[in-house]
Design a protein. Structure first.
Length: 263
């Protein structure tokens, strides 16, 4: 692993795996500087955990870890040369400065400060990503909940209709179907346990008028507890039916109904 000293942040947030993790942990055992920074970064990461209480979507972790990989690591700290009376001369980069006419800057403190500054900047960006992601996630959940409530309310209205008619019949290829109808509400709900229609096939609902003309309606994938509303018109129909049709549906039934209800 290149720039192994710069992998502290990735290690703290569990972004290393496999050979990289083994290499860094072996280095950690002999590098006091990196051990100290792991402690400091871990304390910072612990505080960040209180920024949100909800669990974010799994995709957010990948985006945050990708952002961490883009952070350019600072040069490694130069340890004191214990074999001589004088400390090893620090490497001065474009980002490091020595004061004019004064004593050298404490390079260890400077690098630590810069690393922490970068970590906090990254943490702020990560927190923003999490906040935005959670906002979109919460909005999506709210919309799903509203749709569920609306569907439940509509079904309750149908079942409470004074002219409700429920016709339960067997399905010819297996299972059972129920047609729940209210002409006064112009609503009808199909509920059934439907077998797999087969490759390239789909279930399709139909409304049938007094002249026996069938009008294409909703498509169904099938399965246990299948529910689907008829688009209608239900109030002008004399019967309802379900067939198996080619994927995408048909304009006219290609087979006799698997199940039907006379209204």
């Amino acid at each position: 692993m290149s720039e192994i000293h710069g992998a502290v942040g990735s290690y703290v947030v569990n972004a290393l795996d496999g050979a990289e993790l083994d290499e860094f942990e072996a280095h950690l055992a002999v590098c006091e500087t990196c051990r100290r920074e792991v402690v400091e970064f871990s304390e910072t990461a612990a505080h960040l955990g209180h920024l949100v209480e909800a669990t974010p979507p799994p995709a957010l972790r990948g985006s945050i870890l990708s952002a961490i990989q883009e952070v350019r690591p600072l040069p490694p700290e130069v340890p004191v040369n214990t074999d001589t009376a004088e400390p090893a001369r620090p490497v001065v980069t474009d980002e490091q400065h020595l004061p004019v006419g004064g004593s050298p800057v404490d390079e260890l403190a400077v690098r630590r400060s810069r690393r922490l500054t970068r970590l906090f900047a990254l943490a702020a960006a990560a927190a923003l990503v999490v906040a935005l992601g959670l906002g979109a996630w919460a909005t999506n959940l709210a919309q799903q909940r509203e749709a569920q409530v609306a569907a439940s309310t509509l079904e309750t209205q149908l079942l409470a209709a004074p002219d409700l008619k429920v016709v339960t019949v067997p399905v010819k290829n297996g299972g059972q179907a129920s047609f729940r109808v209210s002409k006064s509400l112009n609503k009808a709900l199909f509920v059934g346990d439907l077998a797999d229609p087969g490759s390239g096939k789909t279930y399709q609902l139909w409304t049938i008028d007094d002249q026996a003309h069938a009008k294409a309606d909703a498509l169904l994938a099938g399965g246990a507890g299948t529910k689907a509303w008829f688009d209608g018109p239900v109030d002008a129909s004399s019967a309802l039916a379900v067939t198996i049709e080619p994927s995408g549906g048909s304009q006219q039934p290609s087979m006799k109904p698997l199940a039907s209800a006379t209204l």
